[in-house]
Design a protein around this ligand. Structure first.
Ligand SMILES: N[C@@H](CCC[C@H](N)C(=O)O)C(=O)O
Length: 264
């Protein structure tokens, strides 16, 4: 038996996508997911996503990090899953789907996917930094010259600090570029490295920038491309949060299941 996969990327955050509507994928095989995501001995990706049927939604998105573990919400992965659902004919131009953090609405507008994120009602301040959950946990630090930062070393130090080492956190470094524009680099939990972009991370940074007075929509530059985050602020709460950006299919292929499992 072979696993047919589709490789997608959204602003450089890349995913192996599998159509699991027939429930053939071994969903609890953490080592297999890790093997498929390995960039030297597998397909290579920041995560693996299963698109599944759901009785109450257009589809369900099941997201695994590259370490093989079931993950929380993935914003770029969700945008890629919407594009995948459109290409499979599961949806037309709008979708209502289920992810790890609940229901999401999305729409396809040419090469862009607009994704509604859940409301954020709590932003914790930790010294000069911030911590919030946008479907996944994000630590946000403002810095100058973010392009020259050692994101791996500095992100890892926070991710494995006493406060976060058990559950982990994603760590974002943000630079204010103009009155509605930021540059973001992210160390991702579960990949345990910097990725080219992180959708829930970019969202977290735009909301924290909103607390500092940046107006919606915030343009976000990442190493993998540009995103936009719109929101409505009410004090320290944020509603009507929308993440917009491109999502593309890169290639398709198949992995013989026994071969993938033999390499473990
Ligand atoms: N790349 C993702 C974030 C995925 C979740 C993260 N790695 C975690 O486990 O918290 C995104 O685009 O949001």
């Amino acid at each position: 038996m072979a696993i047919t996969f589709y490789k997608y990327q959204g602003t450089g955050n890349d995913f192996v996508m599998v159509d699991n509507r027939k429930r053939a994928f071994p969903t609890d095989d953490e080592a297999l997911v890790k093997q498929i995501c390995d960039r030297r001995t597998g397909v290579g990706a920041d995560g693996l996503i299963l698109l599944q049927d759901h009785p109450e939604y257009d589809f369900e998105m099941v997201y695994y990090n590259a370490d093989g573990r079931l993950g929380s919400m993935c914003g770029n992965g969700a945008r890629c899953t919407v594009r995948f659902a459109r290409q499979l004919g599961v949806i037309e131009d709008v979708a209502c789907f289920l992810a790890a953090d609940g229901e999401h609405q999305a729409s396809v507008e040419r090469d862009l996917i607009q994704l509604k994120m859940n409301d954020v009602n709590k932003i914790e301040q930790i010294g000069a930094d911030f911590y919030l959950n946008t479907g996944s946990p994000h630590y946000v630090c403002f810095a100058d010259n973010v392009k020259d930062l050692d994101v791996y070393a500095e992100g890892r130090a926070i991710r494995y600090s006493d406060r976060f080492k058990a559950e982990g956190t994603n760590v974002n470094f943000v630079e204010l570029i103009s009155e509605n524009e930021i540059f973001v680099r992210t160390y991702e939990r579960g990949v345990e490295d910097e990725t080219l972009s992180c959708g829930t991370g970019v969202t977290a940074c735009a909301l924290v920038a909103g607390l500092r007075g940046l107006r919606s929509p915030v343009a976000v530059r990442t190493l993998g491309g540009d995103l936009e985050v719109a929101f409505k602020r009410d004090g320290d709460s944020f509603k009507h949060i929308n993440l917009v950006g491109p999502a593309k299919q890169v290639f398709t292929g198949s992995v013989p299941l026994h071969q993938a499992q033999q390499q473990l």
